[in-house]
Design a protein around this ligand. Structure first.
Ligand SMILES: NC(=O)c1ccc[n+]([C@@H]2O[C@H](COP(=O)([O-])OP(=O)(O)OC[C@H]3O[C@@H](n4cnc5c(N)ncnc54)[C@H](OP(=O)(O)O)[C@@H]3O)[C@@H](O)[C@H]2O)c1
Length: 320
């Protein structure tokens, strides 16, 4: 799989997501999927304090599985490890958990469950706009100074808050946010089951294009929307896929994907991911999988390149 710069690291073009580990995906399957990802040359694993069980919820299930797998495989030093904290409780998604104590506590628990002394990037999973960015950036600085993380980023934050946070960091000589983690896929997501998540809107895209800030995007394959529609038609769409992604706009995009396929001979899924990796700023799609074949499909996607012309034919993000 192709690699590109992420700070001072060389990181796989497509990261691997572990949100279902310990919940929908039992440990055996999770390990099989991570082994498959590493076997195609992947080194970027994304997890979070809250991943694993969104129902009960039990904290750290995904991190514990990733931690045990890295220890057994002895591959920690070859993995670009990404985790997140500061997520509100699932019973009250608007309850802020971004105090210094909460962030420090989440970080410590993550390191323990991941069986490591640091991660490569640590993300704040949600924002609380009532809390000034200054205090948050001071806490993130502390995590870097203590060596718990090399870089910091935010997920589901508004672009104006990201700009404000980095302006504060600049003015106070603190570590800047290295990356942003929004939802972003070739299929436009029309509906979010969790209203506290944020998609790549025009303003966020402009911020990335202007600043060159790294984007690591989730639900990057639109949960397989194009793959399913292309292969098996409308009947293959689940209720959630219909609600989140099915629209005349996205169906038109599938037609364009088929045109690009004639030129590139790439699979539908590879074109959808290559559209992301061809953005004018560094973009690392985070892909999930429920079967080893899904991971195998990332082998081609991780090498695929589109021309600017093909990218813009599929969907333009610059408003032109
Ligand atoms: N920061 C955040 O707030 C946030 C939010 C969500 C996710 N994330 C991160 O991003 C990662 C990826 O997110 P995601 O799982 O939503 O992304 P995704 O890659 O869009 O969805 C993964 C799902 O798509 C389906 N799929 C994958 N490959 C396929 C293929 N070749 N053909 C058909 N279907 C295929 C599978 O679903 P089925 O087989 O089950 O249909 C798979 O479980 C997560 O694991 C997590 O690390 C972050």
């Amino acid at each position: 799989m192709r690699e590109q710069n992420f700070g001072t690291y060389r990181v796989s073009a497509i990261g691997f997501g572990t949100a279902d580990f310990g919940g929908k995906h039992p440990e055996g399957l999770a390990r099989e999927l991570m082994d498959a990802y590493v076997s195609i040359g992947g080194n970027f694993i994304d997890t979070a304090r809250v991943y694993g069980d969104f129902v009960t919820p039990r904290n750290g299930e995904s991190e514990k599985i990733v931690g045990r797998w890295m220890t057994e495989r002895g591959n920690r030093d070859r993995i670009f490890l990404s985790t997140k904290g500061g997520h509100p409780p699932f019973t009250d998604l608007h309850h802020s958990r971004l105090s210094p104590e909460e962030i420090r506590g989440d970080m410590a628990e993550s390191l323990e469950d991941l069986q490591t002394d640091h991660v490569e990037i640590y993300w704040l999973h949600r924002d609380d706009e009532r809390r000034p960015v200054g205090g948050i950036m001071e806490t993130l600085q502390e995590l870097v100074e203590k060596g718990y993380t090399r870089m910091v980023g935010v997920s589901n934050w508004k672009p104006e808050r990201i700009r404000e946070a980095n302006a504060y960091a600049e003015a106070h000589g603190l570590v800047r946010l290295a990356a942003n983690q929004p939802q972003f896929s070739l299929a436009r997501q029309h509906f979010f089951l969790d209203s506290t998540t944020r998609g790549m809107d025009e303003e966020t895209w402009k911020m990335h294009a202007e600043t060159g800030m790294i984007c690591c995007c989730f639900t990057s394959q639109a949960h397989g929307y194009f793959n399913r529609l292309d292969k098996s038609g409308e009947a293959a769409l689940t209720e959630n896929l219909r609600r989140e992604f099915d629209s005349p706009e996205n169906r038109k995009i599938l037609e364009r994907i088929r045109t690009v396929q004639e030129e590139t001979h790439l699979s539908v899924g590879s074109i959808a991911l290559a559209w992301l990796t061809s953005q004018p700023f560094p973009t690392f799609p985070l892909a999930g999988a429920s079967r080893p074949e899904h991971v195998e499909a990332l082998r081609e996607a991780g090498e695929a390149v589109l021309t600017e012309c093909q990218r813009d034919f599929l969907r333009r993000m610059d408003g032109r």
